[in-house]
Design a protein around this ligand. Structure first.
Ligand SMILES: Nc1ncnc2c1ncn2[C@@H]1O[C@H](COP(=O)(O)OP(=O)(O)OP(=O)(O)O)[C@@H](O)[C@H]1O
Ligand SMILES: [Mg+2]
Length: 345
């Protein structure tokens, strides 16, 4: 099966007064139709930047390195939606008003934004906002769009009579479900869900994620699930990508990442989270803190915190090693550590 999405050499840097923030560097991954990829890592490691680079919904100080590619259904969206920067040669800048790119957003690739709880405009009824989004893209009457919203509410489990309520009349979980309904409204091929349930309690979170998987299977939608909670990924994702300080340090199937961990950062991240299926273990915070991305360390970006680091790690950026087919680790000692690191459970 051909890839739905191929992200190649993606580098996104933010221009700030004192220089650059190297938020995302040389990220590569791909997704097939209907597949879910979990994108995990500590706060500030570049997850949102990576996710939104796909639809180029980035802040206006974001610049993409010119060789970055986002191929979606055969089209390079970066070529389509950006232009070469005059001020910064070698970079491309986002063309915010690009009409071709707009056709892809929502219709083919939809997004659930981080903090989506507050994404609805408080002065309009929630249902009307979804209807509006549908009408903006589909040739439908208002009645037909409303019918679609009713179906979606049914799918995500919100009573239909809530369509005419305002956002403040919804609970947090309901707003989140409504956001999921909105993201599915135009039958997209890909959903980028940025921390879709982080603000909710664990029980509600579980129920909503369950619903998302169900919908996704039913409609064969691919998903990039961005979260700092690795247990969420274990339950939902086929594939998993682990980011650290703007680099993708390990990728593979969720099973490989959990059971055959091949990067010290992944090991540390998995140890810092409670295991999903019972078995009590001691949680260990990762010592130290991630580097300042305006001034990242020159070797491996994780080296200063890595218990296995040797001299070379501080000096030289590690290559990406294919440890087993489709399972990659960006570590000088990936081969040696493979099979030695402890994974999830
Ligand atoms: N517009 C911007 N200008 C400058 N720096 C930015 C901008 N947006 C993000 N950054 C920086 O880029 C890096 C990556 O940010 P990003 O939001 O992608 O991380 P994240 O992994 O999504 O974090 P979180 O888990 O907290 O949401 C961070 O260091 C952040 O401070
Ligand atoms: Mg984020």
């Amino acid at each position: 099966m051909a890839d739905l999405l191929t992200v190649k050499n993606l580098s996104v840097h933010y221009k700030i007064q004192s220089g650059w923030v190297y938020a995302v560097d040389d990220v590569n991954f791909s997704l097939k139709p209907g597949e879910t990829m979990g994108l995990v890592g500590e706060s500030g490691c570049g997850k949102t930047t990576t996710g939104y680079a796909v639809t180029q919904l980035l802040a206006n100080n974001a610049y993409l390195k010119a060789d970055s590619k986002v191929i979606f259904d055969g089209k390079d969206l970066i070529k389509m939606g950006t232009y070469p920067s005059k001020n910064y040669p070698g970079y491309r800048k986002i063309d915010e008003f690009n009409a071709d790119m707009r056709k892809y957003r929502w219709k083919r690739i939809s997004m659930i934004f981080q903090g989506a709880m507050n994404a609805f405009n408080p002065v309009y009824k929630v249902g009307d906002q979804i209807i509006e989004a549908i009408l903006a893209h589909e040739d439908m009457t208002e009645q037909e769009a409303r019918k679609r919203v009713e179906e979606l509410y049914d799918l995500v489990g919100i009573p239909k009579d809530r369509i005419d309520n305002y956002p403040h009349e919804y609970s947090g979980g309901m707003k989140q479900r409504a956001m999921i309904a909105m993201s599915m409204a135009l039958n997209p091929d890909l959903i980028i869900a940025d921390e879709p349930t982080t603000a909710l309690d664990v029980v509600t979170q579980d129920r909503i994620l369950g619903k998302m998987v169900e919908l996704q299977k039913k409609e064969n939608v691919a998903m990039i699930l961005i979260t700092h909670d690795v247990s969420v990924v274990a339950e939902m994702a086929h594939k998993m990508s682990v980011m650290y300080a703007g680099h993708l340090v390990e990728k593979g199937t969720a099973r490989e990442i959990f059971k055959e961990t091949a990067h010290p950062y992944t090991e540390a991240l998995l140890k810092a989270f409670p295991s999903i299926k019972g078995e009590k273990k001691k949680l260990r915070a990762i010592p130290g803190s991630p580097p300042d991305l305006a001034n990242p360390p020159k070797g491996c970006r994780f080296a200063p915190r890595c218990p296995y680091a040797k001299d070379i790690c501080l000096e030289k950026e590690p290559p990406v090693v294919e440890i087993s087919p489709g399972h990659f680790s960006k570590c000088h000692f990936a081969e040696e550590l493979y099979g030695e690191l402890s994974g999830g459970e």
